[in-house]
Ligand binder design. Structure first.
Ligand SMILES: [Zn+2]
Length: 304
């Protein structure tokens, strides 16, 4: 998007938040329904947005329907505020929602739109997290017909999904799903929690913040309301495991930048300049990493 572009001054031509009021009302009604039936995939009339499907149009429509002039918005992609997708979505909101503040600090945001991560800093009751979803239905891997999937969801019939997980255990000795781990909400509907890593799934459980998931291409909105059970699908004798980032000696790896040993790490491969590569690990959540760095830096380092 051209950052120099400005909307026409004729205010009647565009409404606040790009979507017209009727579209926003419809999305809000669907959000209320999604909150009332935790985990249920509520269909909605996903609008055409001035960007391609798959670039977060579902999350964006949820955000634009909820955002008001007093909100402070944070947009992240894979934990980073400065990646291309996040920067473009943030610019679009700044352009179409005059007066709205944007921030990179998790604590300062009232509304957080994210792709692939839940922020490391625990969220509060005053915050809403919007996750961008490419594939909303976890049953799609075992049942191609949407009509049949709806019946299976209604009956809470996840036997075929459990069989798939069981096959993983037989073949690989563990469940190999790294992202989009099927998670049961409030004891009934199983959702695809969007491509967040396994590490983030426990954060959905009894979350203080409202979590809304929007799929633009598939035209579905679903929700994990505050203080709701969110349980990854497991077997009694095979507990759910998150990524532990241990090295060959069993030591928990630390972030090469801030030294944190409790955050989700990205593996970064750097060339050593002699034809070889070496790996380092760094926090995936860039705001968390900055804050850890600032907290541990001595006053002289801070001034430098
Ligand atoms: Zn870090």
């Amino acid at each position: 998007m051209n950052p120099g572009y400005e909307l026409p001054q004729d205010e009647a031509a565009y409404s606040f938040g790009f979507l017209d009021e009727y579209a926003k009302r419809e999305v809000r009604r669907c959000i209320l329904k999604a909150i009332s039936i935790p985990g249920y995939q509520t269909p909605y009339a996903s609008r055409e947005m001035p960007m391609g499907r798959g670039f977060g149009t579902g999350g964006l429509q949820v955000t634009l329907s909820l955002i008001g002039p007093d909100d402070s918005l944070k947009v992240i992609d894979q934990g980073a505020d400065d990646s291309v997708n996040a920067v473009n979505l943030r610019q679009f909101v700044e352009l179409t929602c005059p007066g709205v503040d944007t921030t990179e600090r998790t604590q300062e945001a009232t509304l957080i739109q994210s792709r692939h991560r839940i922020p490391e800093t625990p969220l509060t009751e005053d915050q809403v997290l919007v996750l961008q979803v490419p594939y909303p239905d976890p049953l799609v891997v075992v049942e191609p017909s949407e009509a049949r999937r709806k019946v299976m969801h209604g009956e809470g019939d996840y036997a075929r999904l459990l069989t798939k997980l069981y096959e993983d255990i037989v073949q690989f000795d563990e469940i190999t799903i790294s992202h989009r781990y099927p998670t049961r909400i409030n004891g009934h509907y199983v959702i695809d929690p969007s491509p967040i890593p396994r590490y983030d799934v426990p954060q959905l459980h009894q979350s203080k913040a409202l979590v809304l998931l929007g799929a633009g291409r598939e035209k579905k909105i679903y929700a994990v309301p505050p203080y709701t059970k969110a349980e990854p699908l497991v077997f009694d004798d095979v507990p759910f495991r998150v990524e532990d980032f241990r090295d060959a000696d069993g030591q928990r790896r630390a972030c090469a930048r801030c030294g944190s040993t409790s955050s989700f790490l990205d593996e970064i491969i750097q060339s050593d300049g002699h034809g070889g590569d070496h790996k380092t690990w760094q926090c995936s959540d860039s705001d968390y990493c900055d804050q850890q760095l600032a907290a541990h830096a001595s006053p002289t380092e801070m001034r430098a």
